[in-house]
Design a protein around this ligand. Structure first.
Ligand SMILES: CC(C)(COP(=O)(O)OP(=O)(O)OC[C@H]1O[C@@H](n2cnc3c(N)ncnc32)[C@H](O)[C@@H]1OP(=O)(O)O)[C@@H](O)C(=O)NCCC(=O)NCCS
Length: 164
């Protein structure tokens, strides 16, 4: 097992984000549009940078032996509650990278943002993500149907919660 670390997203990550999130395997289980727009990652970078400056979102690159392997963001939901969004590039799947990245993002949320609770959802048809959450101590809360105006409208998702 190589080394996993997370660091704030940087401009140099844009080409990797563009390449990887364009893949169907990432779009299928996230809110990423497919086909992904040509300058999508550049626009995403601008948006998350602005949110980070406001303290609403902390976007990280996931590095595996210093190679870009994905992204994870820590988001403020309510006072004391955080959420995480993440993806790992398909060629890096099933090496434990997602699990370690989630662990590090939660540590950041607890230490830097003083979160006491995390809530995150994933599609029922995404057992790999559910497993990553469970391996980090998240507990299944409930199943729900995704509402209108969402890419996955009508599909069933699981809500997971971690209380510190
Ligand atoms: C979900 C995701 C981040 C997991 O990343 P990863 O680096 O492969 O995760 P890990 O290797 O740490 O753990 C994956 C776990 O899922 C398990 N798994 C993989 N495929 C599975 C399947 N079809 N059914 C059940 N478990 C599965 C693995 O065996 C592993 O569990 P284990 O350690 O107990 O064996 C990655 O698949 C991904 O980016 N998917 C697309 C984007 C996405 O869905 N993001 C999350 C949105 S909620």
């Amino acid at each position: 097992m190589g080394q996993v670390r997370i660091r704030m997203i940087e401009e140099k990550d844009i080409p990797f984000v563009q390449e990887y999130v364009s893949k169907e395997k990432i779009a299928d289980t996230t809110n990423v549009p497919h086909p992904y727009p040509k300058y999508g990652a550049r626009l995403w970078y601008k948006i998350v940078k602005a949110k980070r400056e406001k303290g609403n979102l902390y976007p990280f690159a996931i590095l595996y032996d210093e190679e870009f392997a994905g992204s994870i963001s820590v988001r403020k939901e309510d006072e004391g509650t955080g959420a995480i969004d993440y993806w790992v590039a398909p060629n890096f799947w099933n090496k434990g990278i997602g699990t370690k990245a989630v662990h590090k993002a939660i540590d950041f949320g607890i230490e830097e943002l003083k979160f006491k609770k995390f809530e995150t959802c994933c599609l029922v048809d995404n057992p790999s993500s559910g497993r990553v959450l469970e391996k980090n101590g998240f507990k299944f809360v409930k199943e729900f149907q995704i509402k209108n105006n969402n890419k996955h409208e009508g599909k069933i998702a699981n809500l997971y919660r971690l209380e510190i």
